[in-house]
Every structure is written in structure tokens, then in C-alpha cells.
Design a protein around this ligand. Structure first.
Ligand code: ASP
Length: 309
């Protein structure tokens, strides 16, 4: 039997330790642990990597602590526009959605795009029409409301600035979420979900729903979910770059992930981190920010729930 393992993240960023109370820290860690356990138990019971990443991400989306699903950041018009993607490393099938509103679990809609449509990426009104045809029920805006996110938005509303959750300039909560898993069969998968940037406009889309940028999975190399300054992660084709270094330079998962996060993306000017797994169940969780909400567990005994370095 293959070593099976799971990693999740709840966003990378400049986590200001002073803002973090012991109570809040334990809430974050509990939310991470709940999502990790959910995915890991699926793997332990013989479930697939794709099932495990979807279920783990759904729990993170349901938590108001993270910038995905409930608790997603506010756009310039005071709404929530969410992006998500999922990829199966066994078949290389992928599904993604962007600029969707009112959907409780964007990751599930991304999985439906992968499995119930002939397409990979649906955006905006079209994605909403697809959800309607699949009989998704819509949540009212109040469901996604979070006071902290609202205050974040009020500070920059009516200005031209927009703010990444992990912006260096600002003390803030972080939040894009993601999961990667390797199941007992040695199949791997990745899923990522986000509300994007506070006060974003013009239909801005980050790296999270983009196959190869914020999310990627291929049994031959690795499954990756990213968090960070999306514009840079898109230009660095970060998730696929980790896979390329493994495939073409024969690097290990850990070396490839570190090279991309601590060298290549930094040289481009980007900040953030990623979680990754290979088909042997090895895990990597590098980040170049002060912290990254993260957790992992492997059948080889490894277990970690951490925020800071
Ligand atoms: N990468 C996400 C985006 O640019 C944000 C994040 O990771 O917090 O939309």
C-alpha cells in the first residue's frame, strides 16, 4: 500500500503576531485540524485523493476564518466574487470557476465543471447559469458577511487600492484555502478556493482557479495548491513550475517546491507559499512570508498544524 498523505492551507501572509490572541490562534488551528482530519479519514478509509481534497476545502470554505466561501473578501461593489479549481492527477482532468457569487462551496462547483461538463473553466454569469442548471441553491449575501472582512473593505472602499490578504502593508487576516492529497492507490489531487482580493474590480481573477498557476496535479510529478500574490503566481506559472522542475530536472518534491517559493517567485517580486504532495506521499509546505496557515498528516506518522515559521 502506498503511503497516503494530506496537506491543507488557509493562506500565507505577513501574520502580525501581536494581532493573534491565544484564543484566535486556537480557533484557527482547530479549523485547520478539522479540515485536515476530514480529508485524512477519507484517505484512511480507502477514498480517493479527489474526494479528500474537495471535502477538506469545503470545510475551510464553511469557516468564516478564511477568505473562501463564508468569509470571502468584499469586492469594490461590496459583493463577493469567488474563484476555485480542482484537478485530478490520475486523469489530468480539471475544473475551475471564477467570479461566482452566492455559491456556498465553490470547490464543488469546480468539481462539477470537471465531471458534469465538457469544459474546464467557466466564469461569471455562465458559471452561475451552469450552477442553476445543476440545481445549486444560492446563499444570500448575508451568509458570506464577516465583520472583519467588511471593515477591511470599508477602509479602502471608494479608492483605487485593492488589498491582498497577505499584503505587507497591512495587518490582516489571510485566507485563500487549498488542499492536496495522495491516496492509497498513489493517485494525487489538488483543490484551491478563494475570495481573491479586497476591493478588487474589473472582474479581476487571481491564480487560484488557473490550472498550472495556483493549482495543479499530475501523478507523474506532484499536486500543488498555492496562496500568495496572484498576479505574480500567474506570471510564474507556479504550480506547474514545481512539476516541471521535478519532471525535467529530476528534482525532489521538497527541492522543487523550495526553489520555486524561495527563489523563482521572489525574483519575480511575488510573496506567498504552497502545499504539495507527490505520488509517494511526500509532502512540502514552503512559504516566503512570515507565516502560512497550514497542516499536514501522513500515514508514515508525520503530523503538523502550524501558522508561523
Ligand atoms: N492567490 C490569491 C489571489 O491572488 C490570494 C491569496 O492567496 O490569498 O486571488
Amino acid at each position: 500500500m502506498n503511503t497516503f498523505s494530506m496537506a491543507i492551507h488557509g493562506g500565507a501572509g505577513t501574520l502580525v503576531k501581536g494581532m493573534m490572541t491565544p484564543e484566535l490562534e486556537s480557533r484557527y488551528k482547530q479549523a485547520l485540524k478539522n479540515a485536515l482530519d476530514k480529508g485524512y479519514l477519507i484517505l484512511e478509509a480507502g477514498g480517493s485523493a479527489i474526494e479528500a481534497v474537495e471535502e477538506a476545502v469545503k470545510l475551510l470554505e464553511d469557516s468564516p476564518l478564511f477568505n473562501a466561501g463564508k468569509g470571502a473578501v468584499f469586492t469594490a461593489t461590496g459583493s463577493h466574487e469567488m474563484d476555485a479549481s480542482i484537478m485530478d492527477g490520475k486523469t489530468l482532468s480539471a475544473g475551475a470557476v471564477s467570479l461566482i457569487t452566492g455559491i456556498k462551496n465553490p470547490v464543488s462547483l469546480a468539481r462539477d465543471v470537471m465531471e458534469q461538463s465538457d469544459h474546464v473553466f467557466l466564469a461569471g454569469e455562465g458559471a452561475m447559469q451552469f450552477a442553476k442548471e445543476l440545481k445549486y441553491s444560492l446563499e444570500a449575501p448575508a451568509y458570506f458577511y464577516d465583520e472583519f472582512r467588511h471593515n477591511q473593505w470599508l477602509e479602502i472602499k471608494d479608492t483605487d487600492s485593492f488589498q491582498l490578504d497577505h499584503s505587507k502593508k497591512k495587518d490582516s487576516k489571510f485566507g485563500t484555502v487549498g488542499a492536496v492529497a495522495c491516496d492509497k492507490e498513489g493517485n494525487i489531487a489538488a483543490a484551491t478556493s478563494t475570495g481573491g482580493m479586497t476591493n478588487k474590480k474589473w472582474g479581476r481573477v487571481g491564480d487560484s482557479p488557473m490550472v498550472g498557476a495556483g493549482n495543479y496535479a499530475n501523478n507523474k510529478t506532484c499536486a500543488v495548491s498555492c496562496t500568495g500574490s496572484g498576479e505574480f503566481f500567474i506570471r510564474g506559472v507556479v504550480a506547474y513550475d514545481v512539476a516541471c522542475l521535478m519532471e525535467h530536472k529530476n528534482m525532489s518534491l521538497a527541492d522543487a517546491a523550495t526553489e520555486v517559493i524561495n527563489k523563482r517567485i521572489l525574483e519575480l517580486g511575488g510573496d506567498g507559499g504552497l502545499i504539495a504532495v507527490d505520488a509517494k506521499g511526500n509532502l512540502a509546505m514552503p512559504f516566503n512570508t512570515e507565516g502560512m496557515y497550514r497542516a499536514c498528516k501522513s500515514s508514515n506518522g508525520l503530523e503538523e498544524v502550524s501558522i508561523y515559521k
